[in-house]
Every structure is written in C-alpha cells, then in structure tokens.
Ligand binder design. Structure first.
Ligand code: F6P
Length: 378
C-alpha cells in the first residue's frame, strides 16, 4: 500500500475509535461500518458509532444509548448487504457551519469544531473514521488540522470526489438507474412516447452518463455540457426518421441549458442547496418542440440511494473500511483511503476535497456516447 509518511503522527496509543456516517446515505455504508468495527477489534481497539453524523456527540441526551453505539463484532455481523446506515446520517448541521438561531430570530452559521473536538476528548475517543462525501470529508479535514486523528472513507452515489477512481455507492446507483431505463424502454415504445428521466448526481453527470450509455438512451444531458433543447429535438426527429418511434432522455439533476442556471428548489443555512426540477424543464421544453410526440417525466431521486449494495460496492466498502483502520494503525491522519486499482492508497484529505471531480467533456465515455449516436445536447 502506498503510504504518505507526511500524514504520519506520533501520538498516544489508540484504545478507542469512533466511526460516523455523514451526508446523504449510500449503499455500502453498513459494509464500511462492519469492516471498521471488525478490524478495530483485531487491534484490541474499542469501536463506537456516532449517531446521525455528529449529533450523537452534540446531543447525547436525545439518544437512549447516549448517542454512541458500541460496535462489537457481533453487533455488525450480517449487515454488509443492508442499504442505509445503522448509525443514521444527516446532511444538515455541519459542525463548521452549524445553524444557530440568534436572539433576533435570524439563523447564522457558526464554527463549532472546537466544541466537537472537546466532545471527542470527553468520550476518550482517540481517532475518527469519517465516512462521507465532499462535505463530510472537508469537516474531517478541518478536525484533523485541529489535532484529531482522522481518516476519511469516500462515499457518495454522485462519484464526484477527487483522488479516488470511484466512491462506494456509485455502482449501485448506476446499476439501478440502468435497470429503470431498461424498464422504461418497453412502455416508451408501446406508447411511442418521449420519456424524460431525471437522476441525482448534484453538479456531476457521472450517474446520468454511465446509466444513459448502459441503458441505451437517445440523449443524455449532464451539468458539464450545457444543452440546447432544439439540438436534442433535432436528434430525436432524426432517430424517429430512422425508425425509432420513442425516445429515452436522461437528465442529470444538475443539467442546465446553455446560458441557463442549475435548477435549485431550496437554499439552506448550514447545508448544500437542494437541486430539482431539471427533468421537468426538459420535458416541458421537448413537449413544446415536438408537438406530435407525447412526453412523460420520471424522477428516480432517492430510489438511487436505496437498496442493497452491488457486489462491487460491498467489496470496495469492505476494502475501504479495512484500509481506514490500517491507516490509523500505521499512524496516518488527515488522509482519505482511495481506490487506485489494484490497490487502495492514502491521499491527503486536503487534496481529495479541494476540487469536485466532474465529467471531463472530452472523456472516453462522452466520446463513446456520441459514437453510439446519443445526443449530449450540445
Ligand atoms: O449527494 C447525494 C445526493 O443524493 C445528491 O445526488 C442529491 O442532490 C442530494 O444528495 C439529495 O439530498 P437530500 O437527501 O437532502 O434530498
């Protein structure tokens, strides 16, 4: 395993570690929890699971177990295949931008990371395994810089984390989206309709692109390539002329028209914007341009986050969890475990959270889509 000696710290021996899951859930979280708990036990370390992101530490009184679940090997046995997270998660209440109500009633963001570090000390927790996407891993990086031993595990169905070939959860989301597209083909064909399918992914088009190609879409609209609906409509007409009387259009939730904006349904304090409505816009636009075709819209949304992880996601989740414990045992902190086949290596959290990994508009998958006759909307 490639190690970054600069991330190594001399410190007191580890006796107790904690793991938390933050941000949107993703298939594979329980597999990571199992691997971390089992591998910690191999070292004789106690392993605690923090409930609901960091809430278990901030608000222990709200939980019957004081907000910390004891993760013994017995407790985590048989959870690898389960979706969701036994610890619970949240994508609000970022401790660095903690939503705090002022006496005048207004809501502001407050940095509560020092309070959080104190909670780790009070609970005699020597190290943290933080499982999350860019938001959660930026928090872990912040805590590591303040002296907490912390290792990150890259999770997100969006696959938008840099420095790792893939995040866990992505393969399950793409597999399910592809299955949905397969199912939509028959109904679209029977009714000769245009089916517009919106998928999650935030500002990255990985899910839309991979599922769209695998699921034989006619058009794939991703945030990285702003679209022109007239061009999409022309492509659908052309395909109709070639005998394809129905169409499947996959729209990433972050897709936007040339010169247009991302569709945001809610702006929040202490949490990321909520996206939504991109598919609806495309469906309305295509319906206006293709007046002879019936158009329907489907939003796959949170269905992509549910269910049992694929064997690929189970395996990388278990490998990531084991590697995170290995990293701590080797004295690393401030790193993220990352898939770099055939190995899992450690990369600085700073580097992994510095930029978002979006789809390069000239990558091989985009070229493949074009060569297969799929419109990218440009
Ligand atoms: O980051 C994962 C993700 O599922 C995004 O694809 C999506 O935009 C967001 O989370 C949805 O969040 P929520 O669960 O708050 O609706």
């Amino acid at each position: 395993m490639a190690g970054k000696t600069r991330s190594k710290q001399a410190g007191a021996p580890i006796r107790r570690i904690a793991i938390n899951t933050g941000g949107g859930d993703a298939p594979g979280l329980n597999a990571v929890i199992r691997a971390v708990a089992a591998c910690a036990d191999n070292h004789g370390w106690e392993c605690l699971g923090i409930r609901d992101g960091y809430n278990g530490l901030f608000k222990p009184d709200e939980y019957a177990d004081g907000g910390l679940m004891r993760l013994t090997p017995d407790r985590v046995d048989g959870i690898t295949h389960l979706g969701g997270t036994i610890l619970g998660t949240t994508n609000v209440g970022n401790p660095i931008k903690y939503p705090t109500r002022l006496p005048d009633g207004s809501l502001v963001e407050q940095d509560r990371s020092d309070d959080l570090i104190q909670c780790f000390r009070d609970n005699r927790i020597d190290a943290l395994v933080a499982v999350g996407g860019d938001g959660s891993l930026s928090i872990a990086n912040h805590l590591a810089k303040k002296g907490l031993r912390a290792v990150g595990v890259p999770k997100t169905i969006d696959n938008d984390l840099d420095q790792t070939v893939v995040t866990f959860g992505f393969d399950t989301a793409v597999s399910f989206a592809t299955e949905c597209l397969d199912r939509l083909h028959s109904t679209a064909q029977s009714h000769r309709r245009v089916m517009v399918v919106e998928v999650m992914g935030r500002y990255a088009g990985w899910i839309a692109l991979n599922a769209g190609i695998s699921g034989n879409a006619d058009a794939i609209l991703i945030p990285e390539i702003p679209y022109d609906l007239a061009s999409v409509a022309a492509k659908l007409r052309e395909r109709e002329g070639q005998g394809r009387k129905y169409a499947i259009v996959v729209v990433a939730e972050g897709a936007k028209a040339k010169g247009g904006d991302t569709s945001v349904i809610e702006k929040r304090v202490g949490a990321a914007d909520r996206l939504g409505g991109a598919g609806e816009k495309v469906a309305a636009g295509l319906s206006a341009l293709l007046t002879k075709r019936e158009t329907r819209q489907v939003v796959l949304g949170h269905l992509l986050r549910g269910g049992s992880p694929t064997s690929f996601d189970r395996l990388i989740s278990l490998r990531f969890g084991a590697a995170a414990v290995r990293a701590l045992a080797e004295g690393h902190s401030g790193v993220m475990v990352a898939l770099d086949p055939p190995t899992v290596r450690y990369v600085p959290l700073e580097k992994a959270t510095n930029r978002m990994k979006t789809v390069p508009p000239n990558c091989d998958s985009v070229s493949t889509a074009r060569e297969l006759g799929i419109s990218l909307g440009d």
